[in-house]
Design a protein around this ligand. Sequence first.
Ligand code: SF4
Ligand code: SF4
Length: 82
Amino acid sequence: MALIIHEDCTACDVCVLECPNDAISEGDGILYVIDAENCTECVGAHDEPQCQLVCPAECIVSDPNYQESQEQLQAKYDRLHG
Ligand code: SF4
Ligand code: SF4
């Protein structure tokens, strides 16, 4: 399952550097966005989602539209990192 950023985002930028997959970027409005195609919930790199750990606004949550197994997330990570 990918993660999604909701409206409490303050655009503090803290999460961007923590992402091992460069999945987080500034959106069109104030909110930052996570590219579900690149988010592996940090599977492959860390034990838990780093963006959630560092976000001071606690505005990063699971995206129910992107249900993926551990194996699928690992395969995505392997694909992204060649
Ligand atoms: Fe990036 Fe990990 Fe957050 Fe997904 S969970 S956006 S891979 S830091
Ligand atoms: Fe927004 Fe949280 Fe990322 Fe800061 S760390 S930009 S509040 S999602």
